[in-house]
Design a binder for this molecule. Structure first.
Ligand code: ADP
Length: 396
């Protein structure tokens, strides 16, 4: 019997998300999450089942996951398991493609910890535990940065002293690449065209948010940079700001670098502006006449419009603007405001009725005959990780 299953692992510092997929048809055999690892209140949610018990570390978490899978007859010892696909946030400039993990690859992912201190250590823990459990199985790293490694130097470099930048690997890497890759391809399919023929702007608007300019299937610019802090206004991150804000807060407010790091990553964005980071709540409050929520919404949309304009200029010709992730897939008012008044200048508009439709399928929301298509394409990072993993392992 050939092995057709792929286990996708997304290990965070205190959580592990997992899905087991059957690659014959992409179906989900299991979906689950271990959260609050290391705390007394940790729990495992496996489909409909919930296990509440202290889970000390990632090793205990994966052991609990494998017990749950075994209970469904899907144990990790199964011969049907072809590979484990790991989401790895930072692959630097070396990892341009999904990569089978060996000691050398793991060492390189570790060398990237200084540029991804919040993410890579947790990804590494997941890889180590999974390798120890099934040393015979191919383990594949799928990098959030990989899709963006095609960015030209003029988009990837910051305009700072080259020696300093190179010595400390300071450049724009971009993130959410798995989603941008998947969504840009699906958008081309929705238009009935080859991805190599179309130029799209992808707006991945989740709790974290990023935009990318994709020309003929290759990323040419993206809004996140050295870290996921740059670019759009996000749930709790500021996105773009004058870097001198940091010097100012150090000098004038006496804040430490760590305090400013926390401010910009965890207490800014929508949350910092109005006390809520959930777009549903912000829309509800705006409709109820709340001025702070309205301003937060307007700042969020203003930034989004600037990136749509910028990436139109970067691409020269745009075939589609595509919304994805929690906000992009669900928040019709955000989509409407993002392109409002841009029909004449950029050929962008949404049909109010199509925009109001709720659906989990890829769909066009621009009027018939629009110069530029506007689309909603639900992202599926797990399917993309599994697909890339399986393609790599299948070649062996
Ligand atoms: P992430 O994977 O980055 O955690 P998601 O892509 O799941 O985030 O997006 C989560 C966000 O999507 C929530 O914080 C919320 O703001 C937004 N969201 C989800 N559903 C809706 C909705 N129906 N309307 C507006 N916003 C929504």
């Amino acid at each position: 019997m050939t092995a057709t299953r792929v286990l996708v692992l997304n290990s965070g510092s205190s959580s592990v998300k997992y899905q087991l997929l059957d690659m014959r048809n992409g179906s989900r055999l299991a979906v689950g999450l271990v959260e609050r690892i290391g705390e007394q209140s940790s729990r495992l949610v496996h489909g409909e089942r919930v296990r509440t018990e202290p889970i000390a570390d990632h090793e205990a978490a994966l052991k609990a996951v494998s017990e749950e899978l075994a209970q469904d007859g899907l144990g990790l010892d199964s011969h049907e398991l072809a590979a484990v696909g790991h989401r790895v946030v930072h692959g630097g400039i070396r990892f341009t493609e999904p990569t089978v993990i060996d000691d050398d690859v793991l060492a390189e992912i570790e060398r990237l910890v200084p540029v991804a201190p919040l993410h890579n250590p947790a990804n590494i823990m997941g890889i180590r535990v999974a390798r120890a459990m099934r040393p015979d199985l191919p383990q594949v790293a799928v990098f959030d940065t990989a899709f963006h490694t095609t960015m030209p130097e003029h988009a990837a470099r910051y305009a700072i002293d080259v020696e300093t930048a190179d010595a400390h690997r300071v450049r724009r890497y971009g993130f959410h690449g798995t989603s941008h890759a998947y969504v840009s391809r699906r958008a081309a399919a929705l238009l009935g065209r080859d991805p190599r023929e179309v130029n799209v702007i992808v707006l991945h608007l989740g709790n974290g948010a990023s935009a990318s300019a994709v020309a003929g299937g290759r990323c040419v610019d993206t809004s996140m940079g050295l870290t996921p802090l740059e670019g759009l206004v996000m749930g709790t991150r500021s996105g773009d700001l004058d870097p001198a804000v940091i010097f100012h807060l150090t000098r004038v407010a006496g804040m430490s670098v760590d305090e400013i790091d926390t401010l910009l990553n965890k207490r800014s964005g929508l949350l910092g502006l109005c006390g809520d980071n959930d777009m549903r709540e912000i829309i509800r409050r705006t409709e109820a006449g709340d001025a702070a929520a309205r301003l937060a919404f307007e700042i969020y949309v203003h930034r989004l419009r600037k990136y749509i304009g910028a990436y139109t200029a970067v691409l020269g010709r745009v075939d589609a603007v595509v919304f994805t992730a929690g906000v992009g897939e669900n928040a019709a008012p955000v989509r409407e405001a993002a392109v409002a008044g841009l029909t004449e200048a950029l050929g962008l508009s949404v049909d109010p009725e199509l925009n109001a439709v709720r659906s989990s399928s890829p769909r066009l929301i621009s009027p018939d005959g629009a110069r530029v298509a506007v689309a909603v394409v639900p992202t599926d990072e797990e399917l993309e990780i599994a697909t890339q993993t399986y393609a790599l392992v299948g070649k062996k």
